[in-house]
Design a protein around this ligand. Structure first.
Ligand code: TK8
Length: 339
């Protein structure tokens, strides 16, 4: 902040000395710096796509806009970054939609267990009118949603036993995201669900504060959970998006051109990210097996039993997001599936 003020003051003095207008001059010498925070490591799908976003912004703006992508929760875990972005202390971030539910209740739609059967369904709904409608709801809360990235289908890891049936969940101390739907889902399945920020997860696993966690293959690889987890059970129990967001306070002060640069770059990063994530996920199981994890696939009959148990969670989601939105989503999915 100090250096920022000093630099601005210097630029103004220099601009006056040269007879240029302060604003035009400042823009010439001082690129707009955009702090873009994320939670995972630099060596992750999230880190790679953040870099793609930063490069695209820099290129399209001719260097006038510079994105500082800051990973590994160095700017704080998702919940803290969301508050900083709302307040304008941080310009942008990418993070979970699950931790946004306290801000925009409609985001809970994405937490519905077994909502999507495959990534094609996820892309179609997220990038279609339903995804847009939910994203637009953020604006009244001080956030501007740009695009959804793929976090992915979540799977369970733990140190107690392979999860082969519903009953295996019994009493497992399972870290969940800070989100009511996840908390209730896993309580309903019999686990001892404990909400924790992602940034505290590795050490919680390492110290046996929790027995397990659930995240997509990619994150189990990039966050090295295989070092502290023995069993991986492929459940695909829910598809999680990430969302790229900007501070509305800050966004409102940008020019039309600057906004277009950011939105175009966000779309470019999204397309890269989904492809990269899917390629990595396809190789991840073999990779994790080599790294010593014991992997099992949840049988469809057991997935069905879990799904049955979770219908009351679905009712809670429907009530949270509103019946109209819930019904519109179910109808759209039904139509897609009948094709
Ligand atoms: C990273 C998180 C992570 C999410 C979680 O900041 O918390 O488990 O899946 O990707 O957003």
């Amino acid at each position: 902040m100090q250096t920022f003020l000093r630099r601005t003051a210097l630029a103004t003095v220099a601009a006056l000395a040269l007879g240029a207008t302060g604003a035009a001059f400042a823009q010439d010498i001082k690129p707009r710096i955009i702090r873009f925070g994320y939670g995972l490591n630099e060596q992750s799908n999230q880190g790679r796509a953040s870099k793609v976003f930063a490069q695209a912004v820099e290129k399209a703006s001719g260097g006038k806009m510079k994105v500082r992508a800051i990973g590994a929760s160095a700017l704080g875990p998702d919940v803290q970054m969301q508050q900083a972005v709302i307040g304008g202390a941080q310009e942008m971030m990418v993070g979970s939609t699950a931790t946004l539910v306290g801000i925009t209740k409609e985001m809970a739609l994405w937490d519905t267990p077994f909502l999507f059967n495959n990534v094609q369904e996820a892309d179609a709904i997220l990038d279609g009118p339903i995804g847009q409608k939910i994203m637009d709801k953020l604006q009244e809360k001080g956030l501007v949603g740009l695009v959804y990235w793929e976090n992915g289908f979540r799977n369970l890891t733990n140190n107690k036993r392979p999860i082969t049936k519903l009953e295996d969940m019994d009493g497992i101390k399972l870290r969940v995201m800070q989100n009511e739907v996840f908390l209730n889902s896993f309580k309903t399945l019999g686990a001892n669900a404990i909400p924790l920020p992602f940034s505290e997860l590795f050490s919680a696993l390492e110290t046996n504060t929790v027995d397990g966690q659930e995240n997509p293959f990619n994150t189990i690889v990039s966050s090295k959970f295989y070092e502290v987890q023995k069993y991986l059970s492929v459940t695909n129990h829910v598809y999680s998006p990430w969302i790229v967001m900007a501070s509305k306070k800050w966004w409102d002060g940008l020019s039309k051109d600057e906004r277009k640069v950011l939105l175009d770059a966000a779309i470019q990063s999204r397309d890269f990210e989904r492809k990269d994530t899917r390629e990595e996920a396809a190789k991840a199981m073999a990779d994790l097996k080599t790294k010593g994890m014991q992997i099992n696939q949840l049988a469809p009959t057991e997935a069905a039993r879990m799904r049955d148990k979770l219908t009351k969670v679905n009712a809670q989601v429907a009530a949270n997001v509103g019946m109209d939105l819930w019904q519109e989503t179910q109808n759209t999915l039904t139509k897609m599936r009948s094709k």
